[in-house]
Design a protein around this ligand. Structure first.
Ligand code: GLN
Length: 208
């Protein structure tokens, strides 16, 4: 991995908790930019889909003509981190969603909106994450529950037996809000995924 590369990572800023992601990425040396229009995606090495309200975000993706460009961005292999509502957008299938809600189907997970129930709308718990030495303080806010994962999905962390952090190829998805914790390790993990993708791109261009 090339530590000297400064990755350019966009944060979808249509709605929701995007500014904490921007701050966190900048604090770890990433060139973080807000994304509102398809053209904003062009120069980026990676993208964060933040938490918020997934049905509203889904509407706005349509309004801003972002659905097809977003799918392309992910299909060509650029890394994407989806948190909470952002994870819902990336899912294969959404339960308890609105019938016209967009599921980009970029990650083989079935998610249930607000799946942790009303009585525990929001909570914080320490989770063990594959690759991290100490537990991560995970903040869940009306969080989606991952009810199924396909074979290609690697589960990196669980809470009460259910997956809460998963990876499938270039897609990393969390049902919690890593940007709200006083801990930058999940963002560092994602920035490393982006640096690796930049390196692999360079290698395949040289081979060509
Ligand atoms: N419950 C929200 C939704 O369904 C997600 C909550 C969040 O992102 N904090 O969109």
């Amino acid at each position: 991995m090339n530590e000297s590369v400064t990755p350019k990572i966009g944060v979808l800023a249509l709605q929701g908790a995007f500014s904490a992601h921007v701050d966190r990425l900048r604090a770890i040396g990433v060139d973080a930019r807000v994304v509102r229009l398809p053209a904003d995606l062009e120069a980026l090495d990676g993208l964060v889909l933040p938490g918020g309200e997934s049905t509203t975000m889904s509407n706005l993706l349509g309004t801003f003509d972002l659905v097809a460009p977003l799918r392309r961005f992910i299909t060509v292999g650029r890394p994407v981190l989806g948190t909470c509502a952002g994870m819902i957008l990336l899912a294969e299938k959404i339960l308890d969603g609105r019938s016209d809600q967009i599921a980009l189907a970029s990650c083989g997970i079935v998610v249930r909106r607000n799946g942790y129930g009303r009585q525990v709308d929001s909570f914080e718990t320490a989770i063990d994450v594959t690759g991290l030495t100490d537990p991560f303080p995970a903040i869940f806010i009306r969080a989606p529950r991952i009810e199924q994962t396909s074979d290609d999905v690697e589960v990196l962390a669980r809470h009460d037996g259910d997956p809460v952090l998963v990876r499938e190829a270039n897609v990393l998805a969390a049902s919690f809000h890593p940007e709200l914790a006083n801990d930058d390790r999940i963002h560092r993990l994602f920035a490393d995924m982006v640096r690796d993708a930049i390196d692999n791109d360079k290698i395949s261009n040289e081979v060509r």
